[in-house]
Write a protein that binds this ligand. Structure first.
Ligand SMILES: CC(C)(COP(=O)(O)OP(=O)(O)OC[C@H]1O[C@@H](n2cnc3c(N)ncnc32)[C@H](O)[C@@H]1OP(=O)(O)O)[C@@H](O)C(=O)NCCC(=O)NCCS
Length: 163
């Protein structure tokens, strides 16, 4: 197995992160400006993974809510295809959960498309539960919130309570 390092993002990482995102189907990518916001203002809760030769393999971007600092939100986690199944996402998730827990968060939220079975399996493995608040429809046996991100854009909302 290749060695890899998980570190907090630096501002200049945003284009590197945008490039990784393009290699992360089935996930939709963001505009560069969104990645720049995370690498500039949410360094503590955003991570990048690199190989020993500096090649970037994945990233996680998230933040702690200003409205309720007990809530954290994980916006995107992804690992490039050739390096999946080696525990890289697990490492990033563990680090994110530790960071937000130490910062006083008590809940972590995230959303996913009901079709993204790999991600759903990954989140469930970490003990995330489906939030059934809102107008719920069943898709692929999962409870999704209808039109969560606009007409037809149904999402499964996950949450995890921290100790
Ligand atoms: C979801 C994703 C981040 C997982 O990354 P990864 O580095 O391959 O995951 P890990 O190797 O750390 O796996 C951790 C656990 O996730 C689950 N998992 C990972 N890949 C899986 C797969 N293909 N099928 C089922 N479960 C899977 C397993 O429970 C696994 O634990 P195990 O190895 O003990 O069985 C990766 O598949 C990815 O980048 N997908 C595309 C981007 C995306 O959809 N992101 C989420 C939406 S924002």
């Amino acid at each position: 197995m290749d060695d890899f390092t998980i570190r907090s993002v630096r501002e200049e990482d945003f284009l590197k992160i945008a490039e990784i995102a393009k290699k992360c189907p089935p996930m939709a990518t963001e505009r560069n400006s969104i990645y720049h916001i995370f690498t500039k203002f949410f360094k503590k809760t955003s991570l990048v993974v690199e190989k020993s030769d500096g090649e970037a393999l994945g990233f996680l971007i998230g933040f702690i809510s200003q409205d309720d600092p007990a809530d954290a939100y994980l916006h995107i986690i992804c690992v490039i295809q050739n390096f999946r199944g080696r525990g890289i996402a697990r490492g990033m998730m563990q680090r994110f959960l530790e960071t937000v827990s130490k910062s006083g968060c008590r809940r972590v939220y995230l959303i996913t498309r009901p079709q993204n079975k790999t991600a759903i399996n990954f989140y469930k493995g970490f003990g995330f539960k489906v939030d059934k608040t809102g107008e719920i429809i069943e898709i692929n046996g999962l409870m999704a919130v209808r039109d969560y991100n606009g007409p037809g854009d149904h999402k499964v909302v996950f949450y995890k309570l921290l100790e």
